[in-house]
Structures are given as structure tokens and as C-alpha cells.
Design a protein around this ligand. Structure first.
Ligand code: GAR
Length: 212
């Protein structure tokens, strides 16, 4: 059975969705860069080992990433799953986990990489927004896409209501992506494209506002 390590920085709701999804893998550890991350207690309640590698304890990004990689590798994971891990990772770190590092981002990438994705989508007046699970590459928020979910942006949406609608879908697509990874259903090929073992062709169009 494959082993994964999950990295968090905060409340850990995506991590919780993964812990509760009965995935075909062993969750070897949850690691946070912040000792006060709410998700650590949730992991412990689920009986998952936790560790903290505090970025503040290191002089620079390279030193932090080296310590983080050492802690991760101590658990010998097949895959490293970023679930609200809010640190920019160095190229060396990303390359070390090539094809084994995935992330969830609260937008339909390549639109709205970076922070404040919901506020920016509302400001631009887009009708459809969403979330993306992707392989991580050194190019921030631009790695090969595994799965995306789209949601409508309603007229009276606030940043909070839109974030909640997107988060609900994050909790659905991340377990699916990790299930595919851990059952060898997907992998990154040598050209950097996501390869599915069997063709995934089902899906639905989201048109918003709807046609009449
Ligand atoms: C999630 O919305 C996730 O997509 C986002 O942080 C939130 C973490 O929530 N990640 C990023 O913005 C990464 N660029 P959670 O701790 O409840 O899972």
C-alpha cells in the first residue's frame, strides 16, 4: 500500500477530508510549518503522527526546505500532499519530489494563482470559479492539472460565501486525486503531462447563468 505525508499550515479541512475518505494508502504523517495549525489536533484525533518544522526556526528558505524534506523523508512516503501549505517551496525541494508532490489551489488554474483568489474572481466579475489539484513544479501554481471543479459565482456572493462553495468542492476533488495517485491510475509522464491509465471522459458542463 502507498504511503503519503500531508503538509498543512492552518485549519486543515482538506487534510480532514483526506483522512476521512478511506483512501487506498497509509497516511504516515501530517507535518505543519506552524505549531498553532488547527489541523494538527484533528490529525492526532485520527491517530495520525504529526510533526512541526517551524519555518521561523530557519535562516532562509533553503535551510527550511532542507529540514522539511529530511522530516518528510523520515516517513518514506510515496507521495507528498500539500493541503493548505502556505509556503513557497524552493526549486531543489520541488525537484526532489518530482512527480510525487501534489497541491490543491482555490481557483481554476492557470487563472488566479497566488493569494486572495476569491476576492480577485469577484472583482473581475467572472461567472465561474473553482479549484484545482495539480502536480507541483517549480513554476508556482502552474503545474500539470489532475482535476478541477467549477462552481457558479452568484450575484450576491461575498468572498466568504464563494470560498465556502469552492471549499466544498475541494473536499470532493482532493480525495479523488489522491485515490487515483495511490492506485497508480495517474502519473506524470516524461513530458510533464498527466497520464491516466484508463481514459476519464465523463463530466458535466457548468454554464452560469444557465441557458434559457
Ligand atoms: C484551501 O482553500 C486551499 O485550497 C488553499 O488554502 C486553503 C486551506 O484550507 N491553498 C492555497 O491557497 C495554496 N496556494 P484548509 O486548511 O482548510 O484545507
Amino acid at each position: 500500500m502507498k504511503k503519503i505525508v500531508i503538509l498543512i499550515s492552518g485549519r486543515g479541512s482538506n487534510m480532514q477530508a483526506l483522512l476521512e475518505a478511506q483512501l487506498p494508502c497509509r497516511i504516515a504523517a501530517v507535518i505543519s510549518n506552524r505549531a498553532d495549525a488547527g489541523g494538527l489536533a484533528i490529525a492526532q484525533e485520527h491517530g495520525v503522527p504529526t510533526a512541526v518544522v517551524a519555518h521561523r526556526d530557519y535562516p532562509d528558505r533553503a535551510a527550511f526546505d532542507a529540514a522539511l524534506a529530511q522530516t518528510i523523508d523520515g516517513f518514506k512516503p510515496d507521495f507528498v500532499v500539500l493541503a493548505g501549505f502556505m509556503r513557497i517551496l524552493t526549486e531543489d525541494f520541488v525537484k526532489h519530489y518530482h512527480g510525487r508532490l501534489v497541491n490543491i489551489h482555490p481557483s481554476l488554474l492557470p487563472a488566479y494563482g497566488g493569494l486572495d483568489t476569491h476576492a480577485r474572481a469577484l472583482h473581475d466579475g467572472v461567472r465561474i470559479h473553482g479549484c484545482t489539484v495539480h502536480f507541483v513544479t517549480p513554476d508556482l501554481d502552474h503545474g500539470p492539472v489532475i482535476i478541477q471543479a467549477a462552481v457558479p459565482v452568484l450575484c450576491d456572493d461575498t468572498e466568504k460565501s464563494l470560498a465556502a462553495r469552492v471549499l466544498h468542492e475541494e473536499h470532493r476533488i482532493y480525495p479523488q486525486a489522491v485515490r487515483w495517485l495511490c492506485s497508480n491510475e495517474i502519473r506524470l509522464d516524461k513530458h510533464g503531462k498527466v497520464l491516466f491509465r484508463s481514459r476519464k471522459q465523463s463530466g458535466h458542463a457548468l454554464i452560469f447563468p444557465g441557458l434559457e
